[in-house]
Design a protein around this ligand. Structure first.
Ligand SMILES: Nc1ncnc2c1ncn2[C@@H]1O[C@H](COP(=O)(O)OP(=O)(O)OP(=O)(O)O)[C@@H](O)[C@H]1O
Ligand SMILES: [Mg+2]
Length: 270
């Protein structure tokens, strides 16, 4: 398997001086990051720090006003969201986005649709190829539901799942696209400690099993500290610290940003 060309490790995600301005506000400024294969990196910072904007930049929702980003060495600037998803970046949303009135399994299958190879005539006339692929995606969707501990819930309406399970369904939908990088935007928001613990296990399992890299936005510091190898901290759109969980936790600027001296004073010092 080892190929000479793969020995030189190209990062899965690389962002260089990435930035965006909304009117006069630099929502993200000079953002740099490198994430290697199977690495789990945390992106943290106070409300409005620019975390979701980073996700929106690297999924093509916003066009960067500065800088570049690369997926496995391929420049992604200017690509449309669906092209970026196709290239291998998948995400979940801070505000859950599911087809509420569809069943759990159909939510996952809908996310897989773009990977089907049968055409419209095959779907209309229900050819053998259609049924084969339909059986395949059902099986695959069931496997993904198992990964996020939702087996047995496949025929429920998504809307009827408790909040924590809806978040896990979002992850199954993200996994339905063959991704190299998974972006999770506050996946533990609204979860109780038991659900959060279960989520941690799922994220770890996904990373190990699918060999994908994960960039995780999360407010719960104790959670991020537990599973991330490295953490990057944003405040007012700029990176104020990056390093191991221990380094970041002891960084005075991080403590200040979180525990807050008055925000205006903090901005002056930056
Ligand atoms: N489309 C937009 N137009 C104008 N301003 C925006 C837009 N999107 C984000 N912003 C601003 O950019 C800044 C960063 O917002 P962002 O949502 O990225 O923060 P965040 O770190 O994800 O915060 P939270 O923890 O609350 O989710 C905020 O000041 C926000 O108001
Ligand atoms: Mg956000």
């Amino acid at each position: 398997m080892a190929d000479k060309t793969t020995e030189k490790k190209v990062p899965v995600l690389k962002a260089q001086n990435l930035g965006i301005q909304f009117g006069g506000l630099k929502a993200v400024d000079d953002f740099n990051i490198e994430i290697g294969e199977s690495e789990l990196v945390g992106l943290i910072g106070p409300n409005g720090a620019g975390k979701t904007t980073v996700f929106n930049l690297i999924t093509g929702v916003y066009k960067p006003t500065e800088g570049s980003f690369y997926l496995c060495g391929q420049r992604m600037n200017g690509k449309k969201t669906h092209q970026i998803v196709h290239a291998g970046i998948a995400r979940t949303f801070q505000n859950i986005r599911l087809f509420k009135k569809m069943t759990v399994i159909d939510n996952v299958k809908a996310a897989m649709q773009e990977h089907l190879t049968y055409g419209l005539p095959q779907a209309i006339f229900r050819t053998p190829k259609y049924w084969r692929e339909e059986a395949d995606i059902t099986k695959r969707a069931m496997e993904l539901l198992d990964v996020v501990h939702l087996s047995g819930k496949e025929n429920l309406e998504a809307d009827n799942l408790p909040y924590g399970q809806q978040r896990r369904l979002e992850i199954a939908r993200a996994l339905a696209t063959d991704m190299k990088l998974l972006l999770l935007d506050e996946p533990a928001a609204g979860m109780n400690p038991t659900e959060t613990e279960e989520l941690l296990e799922i994220i770890d399992y996904i990373r190990d099993t699918f060999k994908i890299s994960v960039l995780l936005i999360e407010h719960d510091m104790s959670l991020v500290m537990k599973i991330c190898e490295r953490i990057q901290v944003l405040d007012f759109g700029t990176t104020i610290a990056a390093g191991t969980p221990a380094e970041v936790a002891n960084n005075p600027r991080v403590i200040e940003a979180y525990l807050g001296k008055p925000r205006k004073e903090a901005a002056k010092d930056a």
